[in-house]
Design a protein around this ligand. Structure first.
Ligand code: HEC
Length: 274
């Protein structure tokens, strides 16, 4: 029985491997997977990186992209960027939010407000961006993933790989290039070797040096900005990832303990039965 199972698994592996090699190798772009602090069973978000990522989002991406599911006060949460209550209050007050109850329909932001939309409507957002409205980024890291050939994705179950969204965003942001000779792009589209179809309506948003980090030791490069903002967007999409992973780990430990106990109980109960 056991032998049969092993043989079955091997046959399946051989079949799938064969299938994977037949597939055109360049059908999917290569993903440069990053070493994320939040990777693995014991990974946690790096507070400094989340703060830098938020700074990149705020200074660059927020002019086009909303963060619909994030309120200012979320930025004070432990495990996240963890700003102080006062910092969040001051940050919110820098923004004007739409509020029908307020005099004139607008008022100063407070921590409970959602992140304000950069455009008054989807239509205006599309008109300002060559016909494509910039999508909301709060859940983007959950909405995108990367392609992996068999057998690599099988290992994801063991390494608790959940960083595909961050890897996608990083690779997208660092893959703007000149279009290959002879390839014409429609007006308003930009060549990105990682984006599916290679023609994206978002112009390269980052360039070396455009965001000044407080910590001088951190490089101010497109790669670093991309990694930081991708980590921040992973947090906005999955702020409870860390506690979920540690709960999962405790549950597995408990189940292993329970299995051993049940095995011993079974041996004791059946001790005299032959
Ligand atoms: C000038 C406006 C503008 C800025 C600034 C901008 N974007 Fe975009 N972004 C867009 C538009 C427009 C699209 C839709 C592209 C499309 O569908 O072709 C988009 C799409 C995206 C997507 C989705 C790509 C996909 O797979 O569909 C991501 C992720 C993204 N932007 C991240 C960012 C990040 C991170 C920043 C800041 C570093 C940023 N954007 C800055 C306009 C912008």
């Amino acid at each position: 029985m056991f032998k049969k199972t092993i043989l079955g698994v091997l046959a399946l592996a051989a079949f799938a491997l064969g299938g994977a090699t037949v597939q055109a190798a360049d059908e999917y772009p290569h993903t440069d997977q990053q070493d994320w602090s939040f990777a693995g069973v014991f990974g946690t978000y790096d507070q400094n990186q989340l703060r830098r990522g938020f700074q990149v989002y705020r200074e660059v991406c927020s002019s086009c992209h909303a963060l619909e599911y994030i309120s200012f006060r979320n930025l004070a949460e432990e495990g996240g960027p963890h700003y102080s209550e006062d910092q969040v209050r001051a940050l919110a007050a820098e923004y004007t939010v739409v509020d029908e109850m307020a005099d004139g329909g607008e008022r100063e932001g407070v921590p409970a407000d959602r992140w304000p939309h950069p455009f008054p409507s989807e239509q205006i957002a599309a008109e300002a961006n060559g016909g494509k409205a910039p999508p909301d980024l709060s859940l983007m890291a959950k909405a995108r993933g990367i392609h992996m050939d068999f057998p690599w994705w099988v290992f994801n179950y063991f390494t608790a790989y959940q960083e595909a969204g961050a890897d996608y965003i990083y690779n997208l942001l660092v893959s703007y290039e000149e279009p290959p000779a002879g390839e014409e792009l429609d007006a308003g589209l930009h060549y990105n070797s990682y984006y599916s179809g290679h023609a994206i309506a978002m112009a390269a948003p980052l360039a070396d040096g455009i965001v000044s980090y407080a910590d001088e030791a951190t490089p101010e490069t497109v790669e670093q900005y991309s990694r930081d903002v991708a980590a921040f967007l992973q947090w906005t999409a999955d702020p409870h990832m860390v506690s979920r992973k540690s709960t999962g780990f405790m549950v597995i430990l408990f189940l292993i303990g329970l299995s051993i106990l049940m095995y011993l109980v079974k041996r004791r109960i059946w001790r005299d039965a032959h």
